[in-house]
Design a protein. Structure first.
Length: 605
């Protein structure tokens, strides 16, 4: 927006009777108004200034509030510490603790509008002046008591603590600090790599002592929680864990677990009892269950919907694919299928075609796979003769193409007319079979390898659960401890596990997320599932496994995407198995006992 301002000299001229504008001193100037950009910039500057002021105001409030809360926390800590100083040495202890007393281990209190948690820990300590542990010169390891008061509260920035620690000496002449018989109980918490773990929660309960013991504490920086002066008794129940971690503990004798391992700990007089417990970050496993079946992709050329974009010099009409146009045929033609990508692919099957090749014409077939935005021939090392092409029959076994390496395939036909005026060769239909899965809800048992005892029914496992996938065949299992897990389905479901990606047992490391796909086949009384791996433990897809039993049984199966071969409908007894794959030595073994659902693992060198 612009406007004009007239000078006084100009105004006088305008106001004169002659209305002349020839006076000396005539001036005219333009003055610029406030634009939108000026407003935006000014607003932004004001916003920055006020945000800074607001942040400083908030910080000052936090400082004042936290200082006030800190002062209250110190007052609560001092109050508890002064109380401990006011009572006799023998009375210094916590309710359910070691040593025992009347002081609460943990309590919640409110002061000046802030809620605090006050935790009191009182422990015996071994003075190094007279030696420690077994080297103690007077044999007394409970030389004095240490009291620690931890007061915590929640602020805007998280949980805050103040900690007060004080040492309490026994009265002169008191040679034995703990009430005998007593010993030392030490709990070490380690991770999966046997490294000591600090800050782990340790719960100790023993209802057989008088008074009963119930302690909740944490491991120190060395991953240890030690209790000097623990009453000599059996039945110390230990539970260790940490937020986001697994749990390790001792176990009681039950009707199902008559020989728990580990059982509850026992503290003996003047002895040190040590328990080591392993915990680590929890993991998860995603399970998918599929009903495996043989499916077929096919194209009878009723339209061009299944033709690939790279096709050239081809027309589709009358339910066939042929040279485009009319004679003479001056150039060859290339026919490509759409990219075939089955869901939950297990194994490729057979590439078949039905064509017409008049005299002086040829059709050669190849198999490609998508790569780098284009198409690449499946190498001859995987599909022998593919570079030259196939034309001598009407089908091709492609089950040896590893489904895990080549999850998508493209069919190709190369049409050539040696005589340009010959009738056009044509393809009436082509197809590709494959084994794949359809999601299915199925109950299954999942069992870990870790053992916590034995009973009348045999071994008692730490993890042994009956689970069920949903209607889509999916289930994610969270909060799993690191372990080696085996999944199985009951015969009552009507299914056998015909393939498992990854092969079982499934090793789950701490803090990982893994997945497993189970392909199910009709259940039979006796079956054998063979997995084939190399020296590094990687499964081999597209290998060959042959199973024989005298002259009564002889079958060969190509390993699927999971590197496995399944043989169902067997009679029980001893079988011979051999396995081979390109680039590996042939493996063979006899005396494979097949009874019920049997699994066997092969390593190729």
């Amino acid at each position: 927006m612009e406007y004009e301002v007239w000078s006084m000299a100009e105004k006088k001229i305008l106001d004169s009777p002659l209305h002349t504008r020839y006076a000396i001193g005539y001036t005219r100037r333009a003055s610029r108004g406030v634009t939108l950009m000026d407003t935006v910039v000014g607003t932004a500057l004001m916003l920055v200034i006020f945000l800074g002021i607001w942040a400083a105001f908030q910080l000052s409030i936090d400082v004042v509030t936290n200082n006030k809360a800190r002062g209250s926390a110190i007052a609560l800590g001092n109050e508890r510490m002064e109380y401990i100083r006011s009572i006799t040495y023998a009375s210094i202890g916590t309710s359910g603790g070691i040593p025992s007393g009347s002081i609460a281990q943990s309590e919640s209190t409110t002061l000046n509008g802030v809620t605090f948690t006050r935790r009191t820990v009182i422990e015996y300590a071994d003075d190094p002046k007279d030696g420690t542990g077994g080297a103690d010169t007077n044999g007394i390891t409970s030389d004095y008591k240490v009291a620690k008061v931890d007061v915590s509260w929640t602020s805007r920035t998280g949980v805050r603590h103040i900690i007060l620690v004080s040492r309490f000496e026994p009265p002169a002449g008191m040679e034995i600090a703990c009430t005998p018989p007593c010993g030392t109980l030490t709990v070490d918490v380690v991770n999966a790599n046997s490294q000591l773990l600090s800050g782990a929660s340790v719960s100790i309960v023993n209802s057989s002592t008088v008074p009963t013991i119930s302690i909740n504490t944490f491991t120190n920086a060395s991953g240890t929680a030690s209790f000097i002066g623990a009453p000599a008794a059996s039945g110390y129940q230990i539970v260790t864990t940490k937020s986001g971690y697994s749990t390790a503990q001792t176990y009681s004798v039950t009707a199902q677990n008559t020989n728990p391992d580990p059982g509850h700990l026992t503290v003996s007089n003047n002895q040190t009892t040590t328990g080591t417990f392993a915990i680590d970050v929890l993991s998860s496993l995603a399970v998918s269950t599929y009903s495996r079946s043989t499916n077929t992709w096919s194209d009878s050329f009723s339209d061009e919907s299944k033709i690939g974009a790279s096709t050239d010099n081809i027309e589709v009409s009358g339910n066939r694919a042929r040279f485009e146009g009319i004679q003479p045929w001056t150039a060859p033609a290339n026919l490509y299928s759409q990219t075939i990508t089955p869901i939950a692919l297990s194994r490729w099957g057979t590439f078949s075609w039905n064509d017409t090749q008049p005299s002086e014409t040829t059709i050669t077939y190849h198999v490609y796979y998508p790569s780098g935005g284009g198409l690449t021939l499946v190498p001859d090392s995987v599909l022998s003769g593919n570079s030259t092409g196939f034309s001598s029959s009407t089908s091709l076994d492609v089950s040896g193409i590893p489904a895990d390496t080549y999850p998508s395939l493209v069919l190709h036909a190369y049409l050539v007319a040696q005589n340009p005026n010959a009738p056009s060769p044509s393809i009436e239909e082509w197809s590709l079979t494959y084994e794949s899965g359809q999601g299915i809800a199925i109950p299954f048992t999942m069992r870990g390898a870790k053992v916590i005892g034995s009973g009348p029914s045999g071994t008692v496992y730490k993890y042994d659960q009956l689970l069920t996938t949903n209607s889509s065949g999916a289930l994610t299992i969270s909060n799993l401890e690191w372990d080696a897990y085996t999944l199985s389905v009951a015969a009552s479901t009507g299914y056998d596990i015909a393939s498992s990606c990854a092969p079982q047992p499934i090793v789950i490391a701490p803090n990982t997320s893994r997945s497993v796909q189970l392909f199910l086949a009709a259940q039979t009384a006796n079956s054998l599932l063979v997995d084939v791996k190399n020296n590094s433990g990687t499964t081999i897809s597209g290998g060959s496994v042959r199973l024989t039993k005298g002259g009564s049984y002889d079958a060969t199966v190509t390993t699927d995407a999971c590197g496995q071969a399944f043989f169902g409908g067997l009679t029980n007894g001893n079988y011979s198995v051999s396995a081979s794959s390109t680039g590996y030595q042939t493996y063979s073994a006899d005396g494979i006992d097949v009874t019920g659902t049997t699994r066997f693992s092969i390593v190729l060198n």
